[in-house]
Design a binder for this molecule. Structure first.
Ligand code: GLA
Length: 391
């Protein structure tokens, strides 16, 4: 981190004249261990923050101008936005729509940004990998705005503001999981979050000689142009049908047995399967966390595998790339569990692998993937880190 701080501060002064008074910050990416597509269905999730993420340098200005520069999009150069005009999404602004959406969200919530600022970003989360590079930028921007302008908001508020900007400025109807995991991250812990109430609990991740390995499919996807919003709508339709039979607020209110009894009321077979995934996945998540707490990592891994099958068969968000990575992973000795993680439709998988088998895992899954898909996957052995910080 110390080295990175030096690099970004230096680049900031190159891009913005000098580095006087500039401060450096960090916000993590996240990986979800289990509880997928449950967060907008009032269910539970179990994500954790990573030690990879987005680094930033910022400094207030005297005028109302903001200047943005990302080392990841050097070709786009410095992008300037005048905050005295109307703040609205603009395709031309590319990645800047994420920090801009957060500025907009603060203002919507009555927190006025009275001057502009210069912002440099540098992320080491692979873009479009499904490790939440966009939520990381949102939470980082909120964290920086709080620090620069002294707004009285908690980290949990930063998560909600990030989600609000993603939903209403960037047009993706995402749930709260990503921003919450990033804003509330805690080293070596995953967060067991009930998305219906925002009650949460930290659970230490002790993997007993195993590590978390991410396999990135390198199939690019953007949530906005994926089927994400469509899945969400299908779940809402299924919920509306179920609500004609029982008094529930979300799919997360149902257990498996009640769902099986009531499901005929959902006339559409596809919507039935979407709801079944959301309900079973929520119960699996609760069960997985209790298995982990009692030290039963094997049961935790098996529930991860079940999660993948349900995302593949009922929710249909995996695709050939993620299925290949997971099904090949299941064949490797020392793999405790493996599943797709995040929205799906590309992105990456998360596996828990015994340390002594990691090399073999990377070799054998990597070779099979390239043979089947025609291009390479990337592998990362990751660590669970803290939430946002000043460097
Ligand atoms: C994306 C969304 C999250 C969540 C996951 C699926 O990461 O941003 O809110 O819905 O997909 O679990």
């Amino acid at each position: 981190m110390a080295e990175m701080k030096e690099i970004i501060l230096k680049r900031f002064s190159e891009k913005f004249g000098d580095g006087d008074g500039a401060k450096a910050y960090f916000a993590p990416g996240r990986v979800n261990l289990i509880g997928e597509h449950t967060d907008y269905n009032g269910g539970h999730v179990f994500p954790c923050a990573l030690t990879i993420g987005t680094y930033g340098v910022a400094r207030k200005r005297q005028d109302k101008v903001c200047r943005f520069y990302s080392m990841n999009f050097d070709n786009l150069g410095v992008i300037t936005v005048d905050l005295s005009g109307e703040i609205k999404p603009d395709k031309e602004l590319d990645w800047v729509n994420y920090p801009l959406g957060v500025i907009w969200a603060f203002e919507q919530k009555g927190m006025k940004i009275d001057s502009g600022f210069d912002l440099l970003l540098n992320g080491n989360i692979p873009n479009g990998s499904g490790l939440s590079s966009s939520a990381s930028v949102e939470v980082l921007t909120g964290f920086i705005l709080r620090d620069l302008y002294g707004f009285n908001v908690t980290n949990q508020d930063l998560a909600l503001i990030g989600q609000f900007s993603e939903n209403n400025f960037n047009g993706v109807n995402c749930g709260i999981m990503d921003q919450f995991a990033i804003a509330m991250g805690k080293k070596d812990n995953a967060i067991f979050l009930d998305t219906a109430t925002l009650q949460y609990e930290y659970a230490p991740i002790k993997l007993d000689g195993a590590k978390i390995v991410i396999a990135c499919s390198n199939k690019k996807r953007g949530l906005g142009d994926s089927k994400y919003n469509e899945r969400r709508q299908e779940c809402e339709d299924a919920l509306a049908a179920l609500q004609t039979m029982v008094n529930i607020k979300s799919l997360g209110d149902l257990d498996e047995a009640t769902y099986e009894k009531l499901s005929p009321v959902i006339k559409d077979g596809t919507k039935c399967r979407r709801a079944r995934h959301a309900i079973y996945e929520n119960q699996r998540t609760i069960e997985a966390v209790s298995a982990l707490k009692s030290g039963n990592i094997k049961a935790f891994g098996q529930l991860m595998n079940e999660s993948h099958k349900s995302l593949r068969d009922d929710y249909e968000v995996t695709g050939k790339e993620l299925d290949t990575l997971v099904e090949e992973a299941w064949k490797v000795p020392g793999v405790i569990g493996s599943r797709m993680t995040g929205a799906g439709f590309g992105g990456c998988t998360v596996s828990i692998v015994k340390e002594e088998n990691i090399d073999e895992f990377i070799k054998s899954v990597g070779e099979a993937y390239e043979r089947t898909i025609g291009y390479k996957a990337d592998f990362y052995v990751v660590e669970i880190g803290d939430g946002p910080s000043v460097l």
